[in-house]
Design a protein around this ligand. Structure first.
Ligand code: FAD
Ligand code: NAD
Length: 462
C-alpha cells in the first residue's frame, strides 16, 4: 500500500509534535511516524520520570534532616519503591497522554505507528506501507550506549530505561559513568536507601566542567556516602544477577567494585543505524549523528534532522529549539540559527548544577581576557535560611566587551536563578545590566548582582 503526504515527521519526541502542528496548520498534510511511545525519551524514560524520582529522593533527604529544622517526624525515613514507581509512572503517563491527545487534535496530522525506514530520499516504509512526501523531518532521538566491555553479554545490567522499572530497592547499585545520568540516579538511589558506587573512567567527575565544580560535586556526593572510583580504565564485567562486579583492570591500583545491580550510564548514541539513511543518501558523522547545517537541513534537499539525532544538542530544550529554528525558516521567513543558541543546561542533583555559556577553562582557551566573580552559597541569605548552603555561584565576564561569557550556579534554586544571567547574555547587554538591577529579597537571584560587583583580577588573553 502507498500513502502520500506533503510532509513526514519521523519520531514524536520533543521537536516532532510541535513541528507537525505548525506544518498541519500551514495547510500541509502531515504523517507523524512513531515506533514506540509518543513523547520520546524525555517524557517516557528521561527528564520527566527522573525528575519525578529526584523529587521523591529530595523529600526522603529532607525527612532525614527534619530534626535540624525543629521538625520531629518520629521514625526513620524509609522509601517505598513501589509507591515511588507508581507516582513516577503516573506523572510520565499523564504527560504522554497529553501529547497523544494533542497529536490527535492537530488539523491535517495523522499519527502512524511503526518503525520507519527509508526506501528512497522521499519514501519511507512502515511495515507494508510505503509513505511518500517531498518534505521529511527526522526527530529520531537516541538511546543508551552499550559499551563492548568484556562480560557485557553475560552480566545483567540496567540502562536509564530498565532502572525505571525497579519496584524494589537495590541493596548496592554500581554505576559505570559519572556524568548526568550516573550522578542523578546515583544520588537518588542513595537517598532511597541503596549503597551506591560510581565508577568513572576520567580522573574527575564531570570532566567538561571547571575543576572546582567537579571537586564540589565530589564533596556533595561523598558527604551522602556515595563511593566514587575515578580513573577506572579497561573495565570488565563479571558475575550474575544479584552479584555483579566491575573490574577496572588498567586502574592503578586495579579496582574491583561489587554490588547487586549495575547501571550503565556511559553516554548516548543516535537512533540512525536502523533508519536506512544510505537509501536516502543522508550523510552522518563518524559517531552516527546526522550532519546538518545551521538550520537543521541535511545534505539531501527536503530532508531535515532535529533534536538529539543531529548531535548539535543533547537536551529537551535544544531539541525543541531545533523545531523553532526549522519552523521559523520554513514557515515564518525568519532566519533563526542553531549557532545563535547559548549553551545552557542543568544537572539535577541536589543542589543542582546550572551552567550557561563558557566555562572558565573554555573562555581562557578561546583567548578571552576574563574576570571571575565567585560567591559561596554560605553567603546567600536564602540558602542559609533554607539550611541548604552547599555549592557556589561563579560568573565569567569578558574584560573587553564587559559581557557575560558564562556562569555556573551549583546551589539551591540555581537552576532557576541562572536564567536572569542567560537572558542578559541573549540580549548581548553588558554585565552591569545585572549589577544595576534590583532583585527580590530574599532570593538566590538577589546575590547575582553582588557576585558581579566582586569580579577579581583580569586573567588570560595573552
Ligand atoms: C535519564 C535521562 C534524563 C534526562 N534528563 C534531562 C533533563 O533533565 N533535561 C533535559 O533537557 N534533557 C534531559 N535528557 C535528555 C532528553 O531526554 C533528550 O535530549 C530529548 O528527549 C531529545 O529529544 P528528541 O526529540 O531529540 O528525541 P527523543 O525524545 O528521543 O524522541 C525520538 C523519538 O523517535 C522515535 N523513533 C526513533 N527511530 C524511529 C524510527 N525509525 N521510526 C519511528 N520512530 C522512531 C523514538 O521512539 C522516540 O519516540 C535526559 C535523558 C535521559 C536518558
Ligand atoms: N539533567 C539533564 O539535562 C540530563 C540528565 C540525564 C541525561 N541527560 C542527557 O543524556 C546524555 C547522556 O548522559 P550520560 O550521563 O549517559 O552520558 P555523558 O556522555 O554525559 O557521560 C558519560 C560518562 O561516562 C564516562 N564513561 C564513558 N565511557 C566510560 C567507560 N568505558 N568506563 C567508565 N566511564 C566511562 C564518561 O567519562 C562520562 O563521564 C547527556 O549528554 C545529556 O544530554 C541530560
Amino acid at each position: 500500500m502507498n500513502q502520500r503526504f506533503d510532509a513526514i515527521v519521523v519520531g514524536a519526541g520533543q521537536a516532532g509534535p510541535p513541528l507537525a502542528e505548525r506544518l498541519g496548520k500551514s495547510g500541509r498534510t502531515v504523517a507523524v511516524i512513531e515506533r514506540k511511545l509518543v513523547g520520546g525519551t524525555c517524557v517516557n524514560t528521561g527528564c520527566i520520570p527522573t525528575k519525578a524520582m529526584v523529587a521523591s529522593a529530595y523529600v526522603a533527604q529532607t525527612g532525614r534532616r527534619a530534626a535540624s529544622y525543629g521538625v520531629l517526624t518520629g521514625s526513620d525515613v524509609r522509601v517505598d519503591m513501589e509507591q515511588v514507581w507508581t507516582r513516577t509512572q503516573g506523572i510520565s503517563g499523564r504527560s504522554r497522554s497529553g501529547v497523544e491527545k494533542w497529536l490527535a487534535g492537530m488539523p491535517n496530522v495523522t499519527l502512524l505507528r511503526g518503525h520507519a525506514v527509508f526506501e528512497s530520499p522521499h519514501a519511507l516504509r512502515v511495515d507494508d506501507t510505503l509513505i511518500e512526501a517531498d518534505e521529511i523531518f527526522l526527530n529520531v532521538g537516541g538511546r543508551a550506549v552499550i559499551p563492548d566491555f568484556p562480560g557485557i553479554d553475560t552480566v545483567p545490567y540496567l540502562t536509564n530505561t530498565g532502572i525505571l522499572d525497579l519496584r524494589e530497592l537495590p541493596k548496592h547499585l554500581v554505576i559505570v559513568g559519572g556524568s548526568y545520568i550516573g550522578l542523578e540516579f546515583g544520588q537518588m538511589f542513595r537517598r532511597f536507601g541503596s549503597e551506591v558506587s560510581i565508577v568513572e573512567r576520567s580522573t574527575r567527575l564531570l570532566p567538561r566542567e571547571d575543576p572546582e565544580v567537579s571537586a564540589a560535586v565530589v564533596d556533595i556526593l561523598q558527604e551522602e556516602g556515595i563511593k566514587l572510583h575515578l580513573g577506572a580504565e579497561c573495565i570488565e564485567l563479571q558475575g550474575q544477577a544479584g552479584n555483579v562486579s566491575v573490574v577496572a583492570k588498567c586502574a592503578d591500583p586495579r579496582m574491583e567494585v561489587r554490588g547487586t545491580h549495575l547501571l550503565l550510564a556511559v553516554g548516548r548514541r543516535a537512533n540512525t543505524d536502523s533508519l536506512g539513511l544510505d537509501k536516502a543518501g543522508v550523510a552522518t558523522d563518524e559517531r552516527g549523528y546526522i550532519t546538518v547545517d545551521d538550520q537543521c537541513r541535511t545534505n539531501v534537499e527536503g530532508i531535515w534532522a532535529l533534536g538529539d539525532c543531529n548531535g548539535k544538542g543533547a537536551f529537551t530544550h535544544t531539541s525543541y529549539n531545533d523545531y523553532e529554528i526549522v519552523a521559523a525558516n520554513l514557515l515564518d521567513n525568519e532566519p533563526r540559527r542553531i549557532s545563535d543558541r547559548i549553551a545552557a543546561y542543568a544537572l539535577f542533583i541536589d543542589p543542582p548544577l546550572a551552567r550557561i555559556g563558557l566555562t572558565e577553562q573554555e573562555a581562557l582557551k578561546q583567548g578571552h581576557e576574563i574576570r571571575i566573580g565567585v560567591r559561596p552559597m554560605t553567603r546567600v541569605g536564602r540558602a542559609v535560611e533554607r539550611g541548604e548552603t552547599l555549592g557556589f555561584m561563579k560568573v565569567i565576564v569578558d574584560e573587553k566587551s564587559e559581557q557575560l561569557l558564562g556562569a555556573a550556579i551549583l546551589g539551591v534554586n540555581g537552576d532557576e536563578a541562572i536564567h536572569s544571567l542567560l537572558d542578559v547574555m541573549y540580549a548581548k547587554a553588558p554585565y552591569r545590566t545585572v549589577t544595576h538591577a534590583v532583585h527580590i529579597h530574599p532570593t538566590v537571584s538577589e546575590l547575582l548582582p553582588t557576585t558581579l560587583q566582586s569580579l577579581g583580577a583580569v586573567s588570560g588573553g595573552g
